[in-house]
Ligand binder design. Structure first.
Ligand code: ATP
Ligand code: MG
Length: 411
């Protein structure tokens, strides 16, 4: 144990951070409810194969980033690095194949052993959605528009940019793969070791490399768009036409590929320039092959996931907290506790300090953005009265203790 430090790449969410996280999550869930999404909660760990067999043996996540361990029964377990594979597993093992289309949202921690930096953690949090069972481009349009609406509800419309591309159907990808290998093979020695290893297995992955030399090599690589079958091109045209019809601004980024193996057709990312290198806040795509590949019935799917830490950093204004009533006992605290209890039971937020002079307590009330202060002075209490101070108007009056609740609840 290395002292009482948090594990590298993990962090504590203190109340103010949690409030931001919750705001992002709740906003996403509120919007998604209007699209008919319910919540799915899957375990944060799964058998390792759930991820290793689906994310792709050459993906960064599988080759370098998974938290994998043998549990006490000797089973190989992995802390989930992402949400889609677990949802697909739940769909198959839960026998949900009759309930299509299925629309689900998830939220929670994800785990990846990567190099921690701003906006890149080892335990981070995502909120995401999956729509299973719809193979037409209308699903892609709806899922992207829901993401756009969520970002708008977070106040981020002006800060994010939608980039979109198509990875085509199987036939397009096979043709593209061949074109890419033909281009990259003569340049093999200029590539990073990692990209050299991926060249034959999964050349698309080379396009996603973060290595500077690799980026130079792929700058002139052929584009997916040139290898599309007419059907794949038509699918993509329908998606972009739909986004245009919905008034969602986007740019086609012909180099956009997704890090995981199970994607086809639409791939998209919402990016920002406000967070430095970690600019992708929400990313997703279509994964028609995934469930079949896992051993389930062939079922199309599309979804996205957003990084809550990254979105939290972008969100400016949180909704105001309920303004509390400050209760200030100057003598005996018991009458104050009784009053606070009654007001809280009536649904009000009550802030009560237990010590300090009047000035300190008023400062505390102001800091809490209290609407009223109720001051319980000893002489007044002896008469069965308290002072009610309106902190907005700056006025105060003495009222009977037993009328405080009625006054403050408006009853
Ligand atoms: P990146 O290119 O930044 O590594 P990725 O392609 O690995 O992203 P996805 O698997 O698509 O990311 O995850 C969706 C979103 O989750 C990302 O866009 C990002 O906002 C967030 N995310 C991914 N990895 C991390 C991490 N290590 N720390 C914080 N947020 C993350
Ligand atoms: Mg990554």
């Amino acid at each position: 144990m290395s002292g009482l430090q948090p594990v590298r790449g993990t962090h504590d969410l203190l109340p103010e951070d949690s409030r931001r996280h919750r705001f992002v999550e709740e906003t996403a869930f509120d919007v998604a409810k209007r699209y008919g999404y319910g919540e799915i909660v899957t375990p944060i760990f799964e058998f390792t194969e759930v991820f290793s067999r689906t994310l792709g043996e050459t993906s960064d996540v599988v080759t370098k980033e998974m938290y994998t361990f043998a549990d006490r029964s000797g089973d190989s377990i992995t802390l989930r690095p992402e949400g889609t594979a677990g949802v697909a597993r739940a769909f198959i093992s839960g026998g949900l194949t009759q309930s299509l289309p299925l629309k689900v949202m998830y939220r929670g921690p994800m785990f990846r052993h990567e190099r921690p930096q701003k906006g890149r953690l080892r335990q981070f949090h995502q909120v995401g959605c999956e729509l299973l069972g719809v193979d037409g481009p209308q699903a892609d349009i709806e899922v992207i528009s829901m993401a756009w609406r969520i970002l708008a509800a977070l106040g981020l419309s002006d800060k994010v940019q939608l980039e979109i591309n198509t990875l085509g159907d199987a036939e397009s990808r096979a043709a593209y793969r061949a074109a890419l290998i033909a281009y990259l093979e003569p340049l093999r020695l200029s590539l990073s070791e990692e990209s050299q290893a991926r060249l034959q297995k999964n050349p698309l992955r080379v396009l996603d490399s973060k290595d500077e030399e690799d980026k130079r090599v792929v700058a002139n690589a052929p584009l997916m768009g040139d290898s599309l079958t007419p059907a794949a091109k038509d699918f993509f045209d329908q998606v972009t036409a739909g986004l245009t019809a919905l008034g969602i601004p986007f740019v086609v980024n012909p180099k956009l590929v997704r890090g995981l193996d199970y994607y086809c057709h639409t791939a998209f990312e919402f990016t920002t320039t406000a967070l430095g290198a970690q600019g992708t806040v929400l990313a997703g795509g279509r994964y028609d092959g995934l469930i079949g590949q896992m051993g389930g019935p062939a079922t199309p799917g599309i979804g996205w996931a957003a990084g809550i830490e990254r979105l939290s950093m972008l969100v400016q204004d949180l909704p105001q907290l309920d303004r509390p009533i400050s209760i200030i006992p100057m003598g005996d605290t018991l009458p104050a506790l009784v009053l606070a209890d009654r007001l809280r039971a009536a649904g009000l937020s009550v802030d009560m300090g237990f010590s300090g002079n009047m000035k300190k307590r008023m400062a505390r009330a102001n800091k809490a953005n209290a609407r009223f202060a109720v001051i319980l002075g000893e002489d007044e209490l002896a008469r069965g009265a308290v002072t009610l101070r309106d902190l907005d108007a700056g006025t105060q009056e003495e009222i009977p203790l037993d009328q405080v609740e009625g006054r403050l609840t408006g009853a």
